[in-house]
Write a protein that binds this ligand. Structure first.
Ligand code: DAK
Length: 257
């Protein structure tokens, strides 16, 4: 049986995970989410993995949760659904995560993409939350992360009409950080991930957390968090190394200590 998720690396600190259910446009079934969760566990435990890129195919990042699987679950089945745990696992991943999106990026696919700290899109990407067409609604963050990314008006339009937006619109709205040719999407995401992987890991971790906190904290609390995180870095070897390397005009060698 072909592998439903391909895992490569770490190479230069970066692991690449490729969703691989082409027959279902990478629809996220339990088996796929199960392997993805395990891969994220492994990436988190591996000190040589400093960042992760998740991608799909050129035709589809992921066309959503697997509708056939969903149709087989009633209310109790949904409450016991192991996929809920998988989604929670993805959301609490602690290393930089970049999602490289080409083609259909719908429903749970869009929600998975939005778990990325950075989204890089091919110009053929279509982002949407079409659950409303199925008589349901987003269930893995689509009503929350999308609003934070693109604002209420566009998010509401996407969630209530089910109509997708293209990559350029997603760029304008702030959902994605860059748009490129589809054949370059993964390379570009890997390049960004490698750049991040070359930095001091403690600084990366704290900076990432501070940026993430901006969404759920008021400004005063966020600024306090930032100041504390900044202060903690004063205790690291990497800070000494970074400052010394600048002063001595050499490249820093960060050790993660
Ligand atoms: N599930 C299962 N199979 C899918 C699929 C999906 N989401 N999307 C596509 N496929 C399958 C098609 O059935 C078809 O299979 P065969 O008929 O060949 O066996 C194959 O992929 C190719 O698709 P099409 O023939 O339809 O290809 P087209 O180019 O004509 O159309 C399309 C592409 C993406 C526009 C179309 O396939 C489509 O509309 N797909 C469904 C998109 C969608 O509605 N996605 C949202 C699903 S609901 C939660 C967590 C997550 C969620 C909810 C709760 N909790 C933790 C509580 C998420 C929900 C969703 O994502």
């Amino acid at each position: 049986m072909p592998q439903i998720l391909l895992s490569e690396g770490p190479d230069q600190g970066v692991r690449l995970l490729t969703l691989n259910r082409p027959e279902a446009l990478n629809a996220l079934n339990t088996a796929l989410l199960d392997v993805l969760s395990k891969e994220l566990d492994a990436a988190e435990a591996d000190p040589d993995t400093r960042a992760v890129v998740i991608t799909g195919s050129e035709r589809a990042f992921a066309a959503g949760a697997d509708i056939n699987e969903m149709a087989a679950r009633d209310l109790v089945g949904m409450l016991e659904d192991p996929r809920t745990q998988h989604w929670a696992r993805i959301a609490r991943f602690t290393k930089p995560l970049i999602t490289a999106v080409n083609g259909f990026c719908l429903g749970g696919g869009c929600e998975l993409a939005m778990n990325g700290d950075i989204i890089i899109a091919g110009n053929n990407a279509r982002f949407g939350q079409p659950e409303i067409n199925l008589g349901i609604m987003p269930g893995a963050g689509g009503t929350q992360r999308l609003v934070r990314a693109v604002g209420q008006s566009l998010a509401m339009q996407m969630v209530l009409t089910g109509e997708p937006i293209g990559a350029e619109r997603a760029l304008d709205a702030g959902l994605v950080s860059e748009v490129c040719q589809p054949e370059l999407t993964v390379e570009r995401a890997l390049a960004i991930a490698r750049t991040i992987a070359s930095k001091g890991p403690i600084a990366v971790q704290l900076a990432r957390e501070a940026v993430q906190r901006a969404e759920d904290m008021d400004l005063a609390a966020g600024l306090r968090f930032e100041r504390h995180a900044f202060t903690i870095l004063a205790a690291t070897d990497d800070r000494r190394e970074g400052l010394d390397a600048f002063q001595n005009k050499r490249k820093p060698e960060f050790t993660g200590r």
